[in-house]
Design a protein around this ligand. Sequence first.
Ligand SMILES: [Zn+2]
Length: 388
Amino acid sequence: MSSLASERSIFDLMDSSRYSEADPKDLECFSKIFKVREHPGTLVVSEELAEKYGGLAGERRQRVLSVTNVVITQQTLFNEERTKKPQTFFDTGVGLDDPTSGGGAACDFCQWETLTAEDEWGRVETANVVTASNLFKAHGLHGCLLFKHHDPLQFTSEQVSQLLSAADEWLQQAHAVRPDAQHPLLLWNCLPRAGASQFHGHAQIMLSSVDFPEFERLRHGALEYASSGSKSHVDPEAAVAQYYRDVARAHRAVGLLREFGTEGDKVQCYANMSPLKDMEVVLIGRHLTSSAFATALHNILRCLIDDRGVRTFNVGISGMALGSGQAREGSQAAQIAAPVVARIVSRGSLKSRASDFGALELFGGSSIGHSDPYRVMASLDDFMGKKG
Ligand SMILES: [Zn+2]
């Protein structure tokens, strides 16, 4: 693509001349997976209202754009007035309210050896990470992945790598104990606004014997997508793999995809053009213990925290291999195996008392787009540029 992400806007998706140089196959993926519509809005502003909030009185127009991923039925609504606004929630960290005042004796997770439970197979422990059994289980197999340091916003690439390898080892242990449990999910909620109940940096890991509905929806959508125009049987895992290949191509068509890693260990990441929540970045890799996957996840999170001022976020990782997972690295199997996918979203400002989930999200299935995905990608480009 000739245009830099920083010069573009999500509203450019309405102007096909902005991505006319894209690979035709990539463009086909874009037009099959995403429906983009513009919804003009008109409002009449009184003199008093104009005086209070600025701008001119009289009739005003606003552009609203809906971007819908029809495979997973995810939709985001962007208002040009809103997405043009610069990022406003850089904060100094003063808003971080640590009830343990820095951890130590007041923090259960700092004292993990005595104040956290163990799983029936014990703990997985690395130099910087240790697992615990969740004390208040949301699932039968539900563990915690604890950093051995307290601060939830400070972590290195090596620490993220150890978190992921500990998760992988925990999943293999859990699967060995209960082989019927075959649906893994890694959850990383940073700070209470994102759902965390402890300040200390940690993630959670689950292994379920029933699929999580989000992935069942994904599989159904991917099967329908893969079998359109074909009557032959499509393997569900191959359909999911194809969906992720094509959704990445769709983002490449409009300049929102980047690739990292080395030959044999590559990852793709894109700033989601239909983000579930603010600044969603999706990372697609081969397996949880991939060095490129851990490095990219660390870089995305550090970019959001250090450069975009994010203080509270969610990460969800799915698609982890169980049992003889490494056997999937065979070339044929790897082609049809569904990838490991991390989704990362910001949960807004710690200082805001307003929730970022309302009735629109809960009952309408649409999300409000805040940051323009091109601005998110421009930040990631800048961050990676600084790292050289
Ligand atoms: Zn702590």
